[in-house]
Write a protein that binds this ligand. Structure first.
Ligand code: KG4
Ligand code: ZN
Length: 352
């Protein structure tokens, strides 16, 4: 069976065709994946401008879907369903994808499956690698979310921790803006940090406690927080005085030190939770999982813990529609169908 996925939750208009094949080790195959990024439009404003985003989705959606169908060499009669991101995200952006998908499903007479954006990020792991050894501890780390999921059976995502303030990607973007590196901040900080000394500046790392399995868990044990780190970077920059303009090494040291704090907090908590819940694998998905240091440190932590670590390819890390198609397939088989009253939900919850 083939499914068309459509994703417009933020600033990427994306469509993809994913096929389910008879191979238990790798059941989902990407036949096409098209992403029209709006990053050049929003860069000028230092972040995503919701109104500009929805207008651009409107311009791009037809061409992106046509291209995804063409690249996969399929027509409507080759599809078994359409999956679309229902939320969470920017409501104007989501509405473009949801309305378009509803119209397509009605005119092509295909079932429509509503998909949670974060379920898409989680399923990007299965799309890339096949089924993960379960239970799996999955960290979803993006521009809007930083959450930990205990996945005990396929398609069951139990949230055990989340950020109390900024998402990790948001911290990257805000710090990059603060030091004049532009938007989006993650890729540029990642690149510059490579030349830096990650111990040059002592930024705070969220304190890690390693809970004893015999004691009850503290409330919020697996939560993250990045606003303190962001404030520490701001204080550091202010302490350098008015008109501070860092040299290349100083900038690299700052990026590397900030990045170490983020990555240590993410990895420390994810692996502690994996131990606590008896996970057999660790997954890391979402835009920030493209980070080179996070990938390398997760791999090393997995080796130390004796746990396999799974991350998506770079193309499947940041927002795309192949992951939405994959999550749509899973939901399709669970019998989930959208009614004619399907609406975009900016704060949609991910229920197990
Ligand atoms: O998953 P995504 O494409 O969109 C959301 O659902 O939010 O994630 C975008 C986020 C941005 O904050 C961006 O700065 C961050 O992912 N990001 C990175 C890297 N590439 C993208 N953060 C750190 N290192 C990277 N290499
Ligand atoms: Zn995302």
């Amino acid at each position: 069976m083939r499914i068309l996925g459509i994703e417009t939750s933020c600033d990427e208009t994306a469509a993809a065709v994913v096929e389910e094949v008879d191979d238990p080790a790798r059941p989902w195959v990407v036949r096409s994946s098209v992403v029209a990024s709006q990053v050049e439009i929003h860069r000028e404003w230092g972040g995503v401008v919701p109104e500009l985003a929805s207008r651009q989705h409107l311009r791009d959606i037809c061409g992106v879907v046509e291209r995804a169908m063409g690249d996969a060499a399929v027509t409507a009669k080759d599809l078994g369903a359409i999956g679309v991101t229902q939320g969470p995200g920017l409501v104007g952006s989501l509405l473009v994808g949801v309305s378009f998908a509803k119209a397509l499903a009605a005119s092509w007479n295909l079932p429509l499956v509503p998909v949670h954006h974060l379920a898409g990020h989680i399923e990007s792991l299965c799309l890339q690698h096949g089924p993960l050894p379960l239970p799996a501890m999955v960290l979803v780390v993006s521009g809007g979310h930083t959450s930990l999921y205990d996945v005990r059976s396929p398609g069951e995502y139990r949230a055990i921790g989340r950020t109390r303030d900024d998402a990790a990607g948001e911290a990257y973007d805000k710090v990059a803006k603060l030091i004049g590196l532009g938007y989006p901040g993650g890729p540029v900080i990642d690149r510059i940090a490579k030349a830096g000394d990650d111990r040059a500046i002592q930024f705070p790392v969220a304190r890690m406690t390693h809970p004893d399995r015999n004691e009850p868990l503290k409330k919020g044990q697996w939560d993250f927080s990045f606003s303190g780190l962001k404030t520490a970077v701001l204080r550091h920059v202010r302490a350098q005085g008015e008109g501070w303009s860092p040299g290349p090494q100083e900038l690299a040291d700052l990026c590397a030190s900030f990045q170490r704090s983020v990555v240590e907090a993410l990895i420390g908590k994810t692996f502690a939770a994996a131990r606590w819940y008896g996970a057999r694998s660790v997954g890391i998905a979402g835009g920030v999982s493209a980070n080179s240091r996070l990938r390398a440190d997760a791999e090393a932590a997995g080796k130390r813990a004796g746990l396999p670590v799974f991350v998506p390819s770079l193309a499947l890390s940041t927002d795309n529609a192949a992951m939405i198609a994959a999550a749509g397939l899973r939901r399709f088989h669970a019998g989930v169908r959208a009614g004619e009253d399907l609406n975009a939900e900016a704060s949609l919850a991910l229920t197990p």
